[in-house]
Design a binder for this molecule. Structure first.
Ligand SMILES: C[S@@+](CC[C@H](N)C(=O)[O-])C[C@H]1O[C@@H](n2cnc3c(N)ncnc32)[C@H](O)[C@@H]1O
Length: 491
């Protein structure tokens, strides 16, 4: 079989798209194209992997961007309080969760808790692990609000909070270089007073919901806007910026907080009907340390979406929120390093994982799996050969670290998921310097080495285009956005 672009007939697909039924939703087999290297470099290993999985790859016309992204949560009670663009929708989770109640559902990258909150609402037991405190705060706020929060007390405290925050002067915020000058002085003062007020509330449910209310308005009342990787700045902040952002007159804390609190109060009766059950277990920490504390065979289903290997840095996007929750410059840098490696700044965690696992051979097995994965090694070799042309050589390290760490996670899932249990994972493929990285295939190979059988890799009808820079140099070739289903055979 030659390298490069493979024709789908070689995999036994008809040229003509056809309808098939799988998992109850209408799907089409798709004229699949195999792995590309626009640089004429080797693709043999990736194509071999593609050939292995291609009969389980489908385009699912029922999957769309709205379902696999936060868009679907934008108007959802509870989830609309805090805009977490990296989340997936509650509707997606509902379609993937087991029918049978009382099962243990895990999300090792739980974000704002979409999986675990939806799971507990459907009568399951939910465990989430999330490293960004802002994610767990949002999840806890929804969980508390769904499970018998004292409404009278909440309304009273909320009113007092708004009053207290806008009168008098608060302390200065300890700002970090990346957030310096984010708020008008009066706004900063009101935010600090709000924080002081909440610190005196004893009821954890009310304190959590009101803290989330404050955190959720930070972007609105600041001179910044989240824009992809970065915060964009309005020149009103005094920063010299380009391209310019014009936010116009900013809302006051009173206005923004008042609006968010009304939304929260309006949503609570709906949440009580939708998600009441129990408070899920939400672990603040890294899956690379926390998964190993879970018992073997204790989980029935995993519904998750890890960070994508796309250079996205959560600590930059959520710098304002982290600062409000007490993070300083050094702590932010440390948090950035602890996140699953997905940026060019992440160093290797191999030594610390090794140390943490000690005699336990799981990490060693995971490292072996990554080190010996032929398609991954092919990508790393190709990128290394072209290192002098890369806009940032650290993408090589990024790819290596990403898969090494994901190998540990997948291996752990293989241990904690019981026979007959399933993993559903939402993830995007990536492409660096014309080298396609089939994240779906490599992780599914890890899964099959960890005791799962890859049942399906369901793709969105439209993948993701390249960045305009890549497109100019390497042509247009869509990158797959997928939901994988791995199942652990029974018995
Ligand atoms: C794609 S988002 C998941 C969003 C989630 N599905 C939701 O609906 O909110 C990936 C999440 O993984 C988290 N994360 C990154 N590294 C982590 C680690 N080592 N352990 C646990 N969570 C981590 C990020 O903070 C982010 O919230």
């Amino acid at each position: 079989m030659r390298d490069g672009l493979l024709q789908q007939q070689e995999f036994g697909f008809d040229q003509i798209e056809r309808d098939v039924r799988l998992d109850g939703s209408l799907q089409r087999a798709f004229p699949l194209t195999a792995v590309l290297s626009s640089n004429g470099k080797k693709t043999q290993e990736r194509n071999d992997l593609f050939r292995r999985f291609c009969d389980r790859m489908f385009v699912d016309v029922g999957l769309n961007r709205k379902l696999v992204s936060y868009q679907g949560n934008k108007h959802e009670p509870g989830f609309r309080w805090f805009k977490y663009k990296e989340g997936f929708s509650r509707s997606l989770v509902r379609t993937l969760l087991p029918q049978q109640q009382g099962t243990h559902v895990l999300d090792p990258f739980s974000g704002v808790g979409t999986t675990v909150v939806a799971a507990t609402g459907l009568g399951h037991v939910g465990t989430g692990i999330e490293i960004m405190p802002v994610g767990n705060l949002a999840a806890m706020a929804v969980a508390y609000a769904s499970n018998g929060i004292d409404m009278g007390c909440l309304e009273k405290q909320a009113k007092a909070l708004v009053q207290y925050s806008v009168h008098g002067t608060g302390n200065r915020m300890e700002q970090m270089p990346i957030t310096q000058g984010a708020y008008p002085r009066k706004t900063e003062s009101a935010l600090m007073r709000a924080q002081m007020f909440i610190s005196k509330i004893d009821d954890p449910a009310i304190a959590t919901v009101l803290t989330l209310a404050c955190v959720s308005i930070l972007e609105d009342v600041s001179y910044t806007r989240k824009d992809g990787q970065f915060l964009r700045w309005d020149p009103q902040s005094g920063r010299v910026v380009s391209p310019k952002l014009d936010k116009g007159p900013l809302p006051t804390v009173r206005e923004a907080l008042g609006k968010r609190i009304s939304e929260i109060i309006a949503d609570i009766p709906i949440l009580e009907r939708t998600y009441a059950g129990h408070i899920p277990t939400l672990v603040n920490g890294s899956s690379l340390n926390e998964l190993k504390k879970l018992q073997a065979n204790s989980v029935d289903a995993v519904v998750t979406s890890p960070p994508y290997a796309n250079r996205y840095d959560y600590t930059r996007t959520y710098a304002l929120e982290l600062e409000y929750l007490g993070y300083g410059h050094e702590q932010l840098k440390a948090l950035r390093q602890s996140l699953l490696s997905a940026t060019v700044e992440n160093g290797s965690k191999r030594t610390s994982i090794e140390k943490d696992y000690g005699e336990d051979s799981l990490a060693r097995e995971a490292f072996r799996m990554a080190d010996e994965q032929p398609a991954l090694q092919e990508i790393l070799d190709n990128l290394t050969e072209q290192a002098h042309e890369l806009s940032n050589r650290n993408v090589i390290r990024l790819v290596k670290n990403y898969f090494t760490e994901m190998a540990v996670v997948v291996r752990e899932l293989g241990r904690v998921v019981r026979p007959g249990g399933s993993v559903f994972m939402v993830n995007d493929n990536v492409r660096y310097h014309g080298e396609e990285v089939p994240v779906d295939l490599i992780l599914s190979d890890f899964a099959e080495q960890s005791g799962f059988r890859c049942q399906t890799i369901r793709m969105l009808e439209r993948g993701k285009g390249n960045s305009s820079q890549q497109m100019g140099r390497f042509g247009r070739h869509e990158i797959r956005k997928c939901v994988y289903h791995w199942e652990k055979p029974d018995g």
